[in-house]
Design a protein around this ligand. Structure first.
Ligand SMILES: [Zn+2]
Length: 592
């Protein structure tokens, strides 16, 4: 195989020349401004006859706003100290906010069209491909209070609802976790302390865990108040709108039914026994009676295989080629055309992401590659995201905004291909065990940790309806939820998890938990089908990806996979697939 040497830095010049001082980009922003002004006028003069033009303008301007945001996130990620980029970020945020206001105004117009005229209108050929998303916009707006009242809520939410979330973030920013290391006391940030939980030395984990608990307890009253008021605001708004379930909004956002959600958790719960065995075995391997919460992600071995960037890239391409030619070609092209920023250097943002430039029909991937197999997985994961965007090429922009629960379909799928191959090609048994464990840890996270979050959040909102929930009670609810989700397999639980987990405080996304478990299993289910059907599956897969943002998940699964998500079968297969790793792990670690 003759392969080029891949560059570890990306090409942003192809979009706008000159980085954060790009003149081209400045001009672009003022073009967007002009388009937004025109869009506003169009909405003011809206009539059913102008809907086609309005949607064409929306399509054009939203693409450009996304393109601009993508450029800024790339600039800021590659150099966190880029001051000009931060300034530009503020400008782009303003444009974004303006677009949102205008979309609100458009929704108002859509709700204003009477039922008969609407059903006639939507039957027109031009609107047919957009039927689902347009009906959805109209229905969601109709479910809310009259526009004037919603506007009032939105403006009060800035210093009410969202402010509680912001307050939480600023508290977290000040939290220091004092831990003694090498004879001196170090003040760790929350993120630094978190990393210590995967430290191989139990004494370190134990010490950090105690300091961690103390730090969160010190802020528990304030954080508890923030959670109560944020939750109270949310419930009050729902009540005014006449919404009786706290799950209505997150389910709507994820285009899924309550029955689907219930069935998913049911099947997971039915199979937890196997995961429990894993936790018990891990305790044994670590020489413990039972694991404590802080032991769950402890490493079993220290040795790690290192692959150069080139080797990592070639490994990914080779594994993808066993799945399908389109994914393979796309991936090669991404490496060759410098769509990826992977260089290991200072001044970069931590973490990884994939962002799309819809005007150019390209994506960019960001990460820091240091050669671990987990880096290779991350790279495959982000390439999966980019492939999802690629698959959606040619789909109308309005049909490209997929929800959180399907957003990880292609990324998890790609990661799975590579993670499975890595296990297969492990150099020895020890490496095989640790790679399997890495996969099992995902199941533990999605089936146990996230389940605990879901149980806690549901119960918290139930109690909040009747008044404020005290810190003592929050602690109790948290431990109860963890015990249930982890099948009582742990010795010590994380009492203040409700305070340390920022997901409970994200006001933009209520119930920031179950969509991720859904996404993982949905992808696993597709992966299982792909393995069963062998080659030629790729075409089916791409067709599914194209439809991810223009129908409910139940319809998506029925149309492309031929399965009913409200029934057991699909979930059963997906969960079992992931538990095969546990079986293998138990087998390999039997005599150690
Ligand atoms: Zn992802």
């Amino acid at each position: 195989m003759t392969t080029k040497t891949y560059s570890e830095t990306w090409d942003l010049e192809v979009f706008f020349q000159g980085g954060s001082n790009s003149k081209e980009f400045y001009t672009y922003l003022s073009e967007i401004q002009t388009e937004l002004d025109q869009f506003e006028q169009q909405i003011q003069q809206f009539s059913t006859d102008s809907l086609e033009d309005v949607l064409a303008s929306y399509e054009s301007v939203v693409k450009k706003v996304v393109q601009a945001s993508a450029f800024i996130s790339c600039l800021l990620a590659q150099d966190v100290k880029d001051k000009s980029a931060s300034q530009l970020q503020g400008k782009v945020a303003q444009l974004h906010a303006k677009l949102q206001v205008q979309l609100g105004a458009l929704d108002e117009k859509l709700v204003g069209i009477d039922e008969v005229s609407w059903s006639k209108l939507i039957q027109k050929d031009v609107f047919q491909p957009l039927e689902y998303v347009l009906n959805e916009r109209r229905r969601r707006a109709g479910d809310k209070l009259p526009a004037a009242q919603e506007k009032l809520i939105t403006s009060l939410a800035v210093d009410g609802y969202h402010a509680w979330g912001k307050l939480y973030n600023s508290i977290v920013g000040t939290i220091k976790i004092p831990v003694e290391e090498n004879g001196e006391v170090k003040e760790l940030s929350v993120g630094q302390a978190q990393n210590r939980f995967s430290n191989g030395d139990r004494e370190v984990r134990k010490k950090v865990s105690a300091a961690w608990k103390k730090a969160w307890e010190g802020q528990a009253e304030t954080i508890g108040a923030a959670l109560n008021h944020l939750g109270g605001f949310r419930l009050q708004v729902y009540e005014q709108r006449g919404w009786d379930s706290v799950l209505k909004e997150p389910l709507e956002n994820n285009r899924m039914k309550q029955e689907t959600l219930d069935m998913m958790w049911q099947v997971i719960t039915d199979h937890k026994g196997t995961l429990k065995k894993y936790l018990e075995r891990k305790a044994e391997l670590l020489g413990l009676e039972k694991l404590n919460m802080y032991d769950v992600s402890a490493p079993l071995s220290a040795e790690e295989t290192i692959l150069s960037y080139q080797e990592g890239a070639e490994f990914i391409i080779e594994q993808f080629s066993k799945f399908g030619p389109e994914l393979t070609e796309f991936t090669k092209q991404s490496f060759e055309d410098r769509w990826i920023e992977a260089e290991d250097r200072a001044g970069k943002r931590p973490g990884g992401f994939c962002t799309s430039f819809p005007v150019s029909g390209q994506s960019r991937i960001f990460m820091t590659y240091s050669g671990t197999l987990s880096n290779v997985s991350t790279l495959a994961h982000e390439l999966g995201h980019a492939f999802h965007q690629h698959a959606m090429h040619g789909v109308p922009t309005l049909n490209r905004f997929y929800a959180s629960n399907v957003a990880e379909t292609a990324s998890t799928f790609a990661e799975m291909i590579v993670a499975d191959a890595a296990v297969k090609y492990a150099k020895d048994e020890q490496e095989k065990i640790s790679l399997l464990e890495d996969k099992i840890q995902r199941s533990v996270a999605f089936y146990m940790n996230i389940h605990a979050r879901f149980l806690f959040e549901t119960r918290f909102y139930d109690e909040r309806k009747n008044g404020l929930v005290s810190v003592e009670r929050l602690n109790e609810l948290m431990v109860e939820a963890q015990k249930e989700a982890y099948c009582d397999a742990l010795g010590e639980y994380d009492t203040t998890f409700w305070a340390s987990k920022m997901h409970f405080f994200i006001t933009q996304v209520p119930f920031y938990n179950f969509p991720y478990t859904f996404g993982y299993l949905f992808s696993l289910g597709i992966y299982t089908q792909a393995l069963e059907e062998g080659t030629n599956y790729e075409e089916k897969y791409i067709a599914l990806l194209k439809d991810t943002a223009s129908m409910t998940v139940e319809d998506l699964a029925m149309k492309h996979l031929g399965v009913d998500l409200t029934q057991r079968d699909f979930w059963e297969k997906a969960v079992k697939k992931s538990l095969e790793d546990v079986e293998e792990f138990l087998q390999l670690t039997k005599n150690s």
